[in-house]
Design a binder for this molecule. Structure first.
Ligand code: SF4
Length: 384
């Protein structure tokens, strides 16, 4: 059995009371049935039923009611880690289990993860040989995981999908390519591979296709595509307002989102010159953004539910939306002031928490919000 994980995975440590954005606030914290069954009655008073199960009812200030003054979990302090829900035990770790491999990652919704990831020179995955694990971890939604030894779910995926994902990771990690160009190239390649799959020749033709693909030629054909246009600025702005709407309505991350939404609503998208003034401020963080999207490419493009290449295309589209929303948030912060490291980290955490949808929800969003689930190239290129 092979284990794959980012090279910083084992160094992760929760900063607990020192965390600037604890995961015990302003979030839907799931409590699984097994944990809930064993909870004391006075703990259960802080739990409410929702469509997908049970979640913790947060205080009016958005904090988890189980936190003490030092922002430490009272349940852990009194009854140990085993007493808290699987979500709380495992966050920010995720694990995807396949028939011959386990892939682990750390979600960018945690500031300590971002600090660790951004300390590395590059985003790099380690491969280790391990013995079969007795306890498995099952992904239950886009942002949370659940450990189980009973309800084991091992997925068998077409091996060519891993080869595609690994190729895309190489492309995003290639510092010769601007990040937006790298993402565009991946999308164009995925469109071609989707065609091969529909013809029933993907497995047979993949290696040949990869060998004859000239990334430099694709790069020249698509051009830099780095100018801000009115259409693009308008689309970035609309996407940010749309994605954040439900959170603003529910008063989640309100301190962060509400002032930005006000800026977005007042923004004159014809004044694209503001963007040109903002670009030099963004340039200092370009390696951070590359590592962030390399991590996304590695952890989110393939998950246990991925079947055809069409699923990969949809994930690439979602990633393009994350890219657009993140850039717009940084622009709204930065065009009048500076983008500090703390602002960048907070923005990434909020956006990746907001957009950490489960695969099914991503599909639903695409079906409801776009004419076609597979976007035309022009729309993808508009976003990245
Ligand atoms: S967000 Fe990360 S560092 Fe902060 S409390 Fe949660 S796990 Fe710990």
């Amino acid at each position: 059995m092979k284990l794959y994980q980012p090279d910083y995975y084992d160094k992760f440590q929760c900063t607990a009371s020192a965390c600037p954005m604890t995961c015990c606030m302003q979030w839907r914290i799931a409590v699984d049935d097994e944990t809930l069954f064993h909870w004391q009655e006075d703990w259960k008073k802080h739990v409410k039923e929702v469509e997908e199960g049970h979640i913790i009812r947060l205080n009016k200030d958005g904090m988890c009611p189980f936190l003490n003054e030092e922002k430490l979990c009272k349940i852990v302090l009194s009854h140990g880690e085993q007493a808290i829900s699987h979500t709380c035990q495992t966050f920010p770790r995720e694990e995807h289990r396949y028939n011959d491999r386990i892939e682990q990652c750390l979600t960018p919704g945690c500031p300590a993860v971002l600090d660790l990831m951004w300390e590395q020179d590059d985003f790099h995955i380690l491969e280790k040989e391990i013995k079969e694990k007795k306890t498995q971890t099952q992904k239950i939604c886009g942002q949370k995981v659940k450990e189980t030894s009973q309800n084991e779910e091992i997925c068998e995926l077409n091996p060519v999908l891993f080869k595609i994902r690994n190729w895309f990771l190489e492309i995003v990690n290639d510092k010769q390519l601007p990040l937006n160009t790298a993402l565009e190239i991946c999308f164009l390649i995925a469109l071609d591979l989707y065609e091969l799959e529909q013809k029933g020749v993907l497995e047979k033709e993949f290696l040949h296709y990869k060998n004859i693909t000239d990334l430099q030629k694709i790069r020249e054909a698509i051009g830099a595509n780095d100018q801000m246009t009115e259409d693009r600025l308008e689309e970035y702005n609309l996407l940010f307002l749309d994605i954040s709407e439900i959170y603003r309505k529910q008063n989640i991350y309100a301190d962060f989102l509400v002032p930005l939404a006000k800026e977005a609503e007042d923004l004159d998208c014809q004044k694209t010159e503001c963007w040109n003034k903002f670009l030099p401020k963004l340039a200092q963080w370009k390696q951070h953004l590359r590592k962030l999207f390399a991590e996304e490419m590695s952890s989110a493009v393939i998950t246990p539910g991925t079947e055809p290449v069409q699923d990969i295309l949809v994930k690439l589209e979602w990633m393009a939306m994350e890219y657009a929303v993140l850039l717009q948030v940084l622009f709204l912060h930065g065009y009048k002031g500076e983008i500090t490291y703390e602002k960048l980290r907070e923005s990434v955490c909020v956006i990746f928490r907001m957009m950490g949808y489960a695969d099914d929800d991503i599909w639903e969003y695409m079906e409801n919000c776009f004419d076609q689930v597979i976007w035309p190239w022009e729309y993808y290129a508009l976003l990245v």
